[in-house]
Design a binder for this molecule. Structure first.
Ligand SMILES: *Cc1c(COP(=O)(O)O)cnc(C)c1O
Length: 396
């Protein structure tokens, strides 16, 4: 059996490799995939104790599975949270936070610059059941505070934002939330616990799409929520058990091995992205580069304070408009034209006509997303090959 070490005493790279694996009596070195929907009890009494929660242990894989539990335990420790629950997707995790914490008549304050489906979840679906949401500018602390009402339950943000890579001040917004008796929920997909640990900065819940950097190789869809025992056990676990947006053991197994190389990959993604951002800034046909590692970035100092590195996503504005942006994208030979991010393969996308294409031109303009904007999720190919692939489209 594996020794019962306290993984909180170890560093993140070690936690990512060793935490969460409770060796079975077979003494396996690699963690197995438990493909079982249910579990057998020793007696009727034990079954009853398990079902009523009086005895810990597996019951049914909608809400208890050893492979999924290992992933949850490992990610909780890496985020320095007490507990983690895994979900079938990042959106299922965000939906779970809302379903568990909100009731009709409640109010949410959300950053305007969140993942498109997050915005639609609050606006259209929770809105349908009598929850109202106000959207504010991520970087405007006064706007966050001014939007809070007596019935505000939580504040929700994503930092760095997509696609303009703006940085929200987690500690300052957590303070504002707590002064008004609200919670702060942070989507930590872009940074992962390797670059930023929102719970240590005052956030109450962290949500993840494991689909992105945690998998890292574009194979599976999954998500997670991390927080203290009270919020996770009392509010979110009963929703998972009833709602059933469960992560499959196979996907949990993929994500567990993804976590093992996450620290190394994030460092390499950041190094490549920083190099690309500096190179793009020197291109005569590039008007502006959005990357928090650059001195020209408006929240460069905050990013330095809040993150251990600047992240793997870069966006930039070209001279010209949509036509030039599309030409650049179409001129690449190697880069993948897809809106996905966090993959070892570099991806390139035109936000104004894809991820943000459903917004009206006015709303897009207000959000600062220009027709000439191109977003790159920088992968782990050799940086010279990435630059070479972009060079032709930048020379016009
Ligand atoms: C992809 C993504 C999500 C949603 O995750 P899925 O796993 O695709 O459901 C949420 N937030 C951010 C920042 C994302 O990039």
């Amino acid at each position: 059996m594996s020794k019962d070490l306290n993984w909180h005493d170890y560093n993140l790279e070690t936690q990512a490799i060793r935490a969460g694996h409770k060796r079975s009596p077979e003494n396996e070195h690699s963690l197995p995939i438990f493909t079982t929907s249910s579990y057998v009890f020793d007696s009727a009494e034990q079954a009853s104790l398990r079902f009523t929660g009086k005895q810990p242990g597996n019951i049914y894989s909608r809400f208890t599975n050893p492979t999924v539990s290992a992933f949850q335990e490992r990610l909780a420790i890496m985020e320095q949270g007490e507990r983690c629950l895994a979900f079938s997707s990042g959106m299922a995790a965000i939906m779970a936070v809302g379903m568990a914490l909100l009731k009709s008549g409640d109010h949410v304050v959300c950053s305007r610059s969140v993942f498109g489906n997050t915005l639609l979840t609050f606006q259209n679906y929770f809105g349908k059941f009598g929850v109202s949401t106000d959207f504010v500018t991520l970087t405007d602390l006064d706007a966050w505070e001014a939007a809070i009402k007596p019935n505000t339950r939580f504040l929700f943000l994503e930092t760095p934002s997509n696609p303009l890579i703006e940085i929200g001040d987690i500690a300052a917004i957590a303070d504002i939330a707590h002064q008004h008796g609200c919670l702060l929920v942070v989507d930590n997909v872009f940074c992962t616990p390797v670059l930023q640990k929102p719970l240590t900065l005052g956030a109450d819940l962290v949500v993840h799409s494991a689909t992105k950097y945690i998998d890292g190789q574009g194979r599976c869809v999954g998500g997670a929520v991390i927080g203290n025992e009270e919020l996770i056990e009392k509010d979110i676990y009963p929703y998972l058990r009833t709602g059933g947006a469960t992560l499959s053991p196979f996907n949990a197994w993929i994500f567990l091995s993804g976590l093992e190389t996450l620290a190394l990959r994030m460092k390499a993604h950041c190094d490549n992205a920083f190099e690309l951002a500096k190179w793009l800034e020197q291109q005569p046909n590039v008007e502006k580069v959005h990357y928090p590692g650059l001195i020209s970035h408006a929240q460069h100092e905050l990013a330095k304070r809040q993150q251990s590195h600047f992240g793997g996503v870069v966006s930039f504005e070209l001279r010209g408009g949509q036509e030039q942006a599309w030409k650049l994208i179409d001129s690449t030979q190697m880069l993948s034209i897809t809106a996905n991010l966090g993959d070892v393969k570099t991806t390139i996308t035109h936000p104004a006509t894809t991820t943000h294409g459903r917004l009206t031109p006015e709303v897009r303009a207000q959000a600062g997303i220009k027709d000439s904007l191109v977003r790159i999720s920088v992968g782990l190919e050799n940086i010279e090959d990435i630059k070479n692939d972009l060079q032709a489209g930048l020379s016009f």
